[in-house]
Design a protein. Structure first.
Length: 439
């Protein structure tokens, strides 16, 4: 406290005046009109509040104004919760704004906050209870007034984005005394109807009194109980209602609600075009891979004639080995007989002759049986080889067509009109000229 006849500095005087003001004026609500609004680069707001006969400077610091969900404008009637103070550096009397609301919204805003807290504790705002909005709805329901401009905006947006989606309108008053009951009833009717898989709850902007129906508990409960996903688009981007918090998705405007509820036809066409191009490239790569595989298999294919020649050579080799083996076994047995004959020292030549003759007969029978089995096996191989012989196939009436280079022609599409071809029959062959061809 300053004393009489004290000499003080300007800083001390302003500090004492600030302390005196802050101690004697409690935090209070002040009504007035915004003028000279300035938003500094620091984020702080500077403006004046005025009425018919006076004005006062105000400052609202960034950490305070960031809490607002709306933007004040020049000439707007507001109510400010402020602390009376003094800016010491310049000695300016001013108000430090703690909170700001649109004029006339005091009681309504307090009721809004109370209801929001109540429904939040009841779990109506929990993310876990919110439903996903269908990406491709079969039918969209709109809950709003038939005379509302928002309805025209929604229908125009849906027609632009996806005109093939049917629309069902559930009319309800969105402003007035019984608006809340009508909106809740329309939501319940849409749920009973059950033909829509997405609902849009919408109306245009207005004051807090105008959108009061969407801040009512009856509408909030109806939205929460609705089994159909709801997109809420009420008011302007800065307007938040209780219905916004309860709805499955909140849109800043009715037009935004229509965009959230419907797919964009142009985006789908563009995406389909991208997928079509990708599929076309994948099919091309698959065909090229299969063509390479076919070429690889073609290089491994052996002509039947070459295969038969190879089998014939192998059969001759086996016959030579068989003959050599038979001769060797015969010589070995003859040698053994001679060796046994030389070992005969007893005069019992008659019995030995009989044994020798018996052994000779057994040897002859064994050799003859061996050759008989080999002849049958050879005949079987020859018969099997005959089935693989193209000449046998030609003898049954078929023919083999070759080009001038000797290549086999199995596809009419591989010959050209006027090309000379060679036709091999069961007996003999002929040269012919192609007069016509099939595609």
């Amino acid at each position: 406290m300053l004393k009489m006849n004290m000499i003080v500095t300007v800083s001390e005087l302003n500090r004492s005046a600030r302390q005196l003001l802050e101690q004697n004026f409690p935090l209070m609500w002040i009504a007035g009109e915004i003028s000279n609004l300035t938003r500094a680069a620091s984020g702080h707001w500077y403006f004046s509040l005025k009425d018919e006969s006076a004005s006062v400077r105000c400052v609202m610091f960034r950490q305070k104004n960031q809490l607002l969900d709306w933007v004040p404008l020049e000439g707007m009637q507001v109510e400010a919760r402020a602390l009376v103070t003094l800016y010491e550096a310049r000695g300016d009397f001013q108000l430090g704004i703690e909170a700001l609301r649109k004029s006339g919204q005091g009681a309504a805003f307090e009721a809004f906050l109370r209801l929001k807290e109540k429904l939040g504790k009841a779990g109506l705002f929990d993310p876990e209870r919110k439903q996903a909005i269908p990406s491709f709805p079969k039918r969209i329901g709109i809950i709003t007034s038939r005379r509302a401009a928002a309805l025209h905006d929604i229908l125009k947006t849906l027609e632009r984005r996806m005109p093939s989606i049917p629309v069902v309108i559930y009319p309800a008053a969105v402003q007035g005394q019984d608006a809340a009951e009508q909106v809740a009833s329309a939501i319940a009717e849409a749920a009973r109807h059950g033909v829509c898989d997405t609902l849009i709850l919408a109306r245009g902007g207005g004051s807090i009194e105008d959108i009061s129906a969407f801040n009512s508990e009856i509408v909030a409960r109806a939205v929460a109980d609705c089994p159909i996903p709801i997109v809420c688009g009420v008011g302007h981007e800065t307007d938040f209602t209780i219905a916004d918090f309860v709805a499955d998705r909140r849109a800043p405007t009715p037009t935004g609600a229509a965009e959230l509820a419907s797919p964009n036809r142009e985006d789908l066409v563009r995406r389909l075009s991208i997928l079509h191009g990708r599929l076309h490239r994948m099919i091309g790569h698959a065909i090229e891979s299969r063509m390479q595989h076919v070429d690889h298999l073609a290089r491994r294919v052996v002509h039947p004639r070459e295969k038969m020649n190879h089998q014939h050579l192998h059969l001759r080799h086996l016959a030579l080995r068989l003959n050599a083996s038979s001769s060797r076994q015969f010589e070995q047995r003859l040698w053994r007989l001679g060796h046994l004959a030389q070992r005969i020292s007893r005069p019992d030549l008659a019995s030995r002759r009989v044994r020798t003759e018996d052994a000779g007969r057994e040897l002859r029978d064994g050799i003859l049986g061996y050759f008989r089995d080999f002849r049958e096996k050879l005949q079987n191989l020859e018969a099997h080889l005959g089935h693989l012989n193209p000449q046998s196939v030609l003898a049954r009436g078929y023919s083999m067509v070759q080009n001038e280079a000797g290549g086999i022609i199995s596809d009419a599409g591989r010959v050209a009109v006027g090309e000379k071809i060679r036709i091999t029959f069961g007996k003999g062959s002929a040269t012919a000229e192609v007069l016509s061809g099939l595609p």
